[in-house]
Design a protein around this ligand. Structure first.
Ligand SMILES: NC(=O)c1ccc[n+]([C@@H]2O[C@H](COP(=O)([O-])OP(=O)(O)OC[C@H]3O[C@@H](n4cnc5c(N)ncnc54)[C@H](OP(=O)(O)O)[C@@H]3O)[C@@H](O)[C@H]2O)c1
Length: 294
């Protein structure tokens, strides 16, 4: 299977190259090879390379900056996703795309199920939701994997920020009233590969991917707050930094974030026949630099 992968220098994109490598012939593209704000370039590249599967982890992910850069966020997170979907459909190819817990408004305390009503609180979430809508309308074989609180050993993320700050400060004040599941980028990539393998094997025509309709929630198991996540990072990394709980209201940011970011992953667990690896376990493996076997 020929697999086009975007955003290969991103947290998830980088891991996807490793996870998808055994499953097909990869066509990896970074921003220099394909700027997703250029629809004509997207069409030309897809038509020239003719992938059977497009995996699109590329995204505009600067949540706070998106409040000021609405147009750019929508260009990458919505318009480009629709164009990729149209081109996939034109070739009879499938597309796997990633979305976010930020499509929800964060009310209540129950994990969000896939069918739950959306209501993004910020521009980033709204742009990702529009990308979901455009892809669903454009491409009949698509899979939208909504994930949360992504971290890993590269890129810009909470884990690396905490490890850096813990070298500089003995105490840190961290938000304790936003709840979700930290999710390792490698876990996302390995789970994506498991889904690709599963669907490819089930298909009579193994070169194509027949996807379940609608989004799927993909996150490590369990839940915590940002403060809880920080404490576990410091415990595992042997840092003595003390975490002080603060409410989100004491840490104002340009973009509002949901208080309840829990994602219900039951549908994905049923599909794969395995539970999601608990977040502390995944974090421990990430910090040890171990390989994931999702
Ligand atoms: N990070 C999170 O906490 C989080 C949470 C929930 C869902 N998600 C979703 O998960 C997916 C993967 O996120 P991630 O954390 O891996 O993102 P990331 O590390 O920020 O990587 C995003 C990638 O997209 C590329 N990109 C941005 N604008 C582009 C453009 N105009 N043309 C081409 N490439 C462009 C970036 O290229 P450069 O390397 O050149 O900048 C980067 O490689 C995304 O769909 C994201 O919305 C992320």
């Amino acid at each position: 299977m020929k697999i086009l992968v975007t955003g290969i220098h991103g947290q998830v994109g980088f891991e996807l190259l490793r996870s998808l490598e055994p499953l097909g012939e990869l066509i990896p593209v970074d921003r220099a090879a394909l700027d997703l704000t250029r629809a004509d370039d997207i069409r030309a590249l897809v038509r020239a390379t003719r992938p059977e599967l497009i995996v699109n982890p590329a995204a505009y992910t600067a949540v706070d900056r998106a409040e000021q850069e609405r147009e750019l966020a929508y260009a990458v997170n919505a318009t480009a996703v629709g164009v990729l979907g149209e081109e996939a459909e034109r070739l009879g190819a499938a597309m796997i795309h990633y979305s976010t817990d930020y499509v929800f408004d964060g009310s209540g305390s129950l994990p969000w199920r896939e069918q739950a009503a959306t209501g993004p609180l910020n521009v980033y979430g709204a742009s990702k939701l529009e990308g979901e809508r455009l892809l669903a309308g454009a491409c009949s074989q698509h899979l939208i994997l909504r994930t949360s609180w992504v971290y890993g050993l590269r890129g810009a993320n909470f884990l690396l920020t905490m490890l850096r700050l813990s070298r500089e400060r003995p105490n840190l004040r961290i938000v304790c009233d936003q709840i979700g599941a930290p999710t390792w980028s490698r876990f996302i990539a390995d789970t994506t590969a498991a889904l690709v393998a599963l669907y490819a094997i089930r298909q009579e025509d193994r070169t194509r991917l027949r996807c379940a309709s609608g989004p799927l929630h993909l996150a490590n198991g369990g839940e915590t707050s940002w403060a809880g996540f920080a404490r576990e990072i410091f415990r595992l990394a042997g840092r003595s930094t003390v975490v002080e709980d603060i409410p989100a209201s004491a840490y104002p940011t340009p973009a509002q974030r949901p208080a309840n970011s829990r994602l219900d992953t039951a549908r994905l667990e049923q599909l794969l026949g395995v539970p999601m690896e608990p977040w502390p376990q995944a974090l421990a493996r990430c910090l040890k630099g171990e390989h994931c076997t999702a």
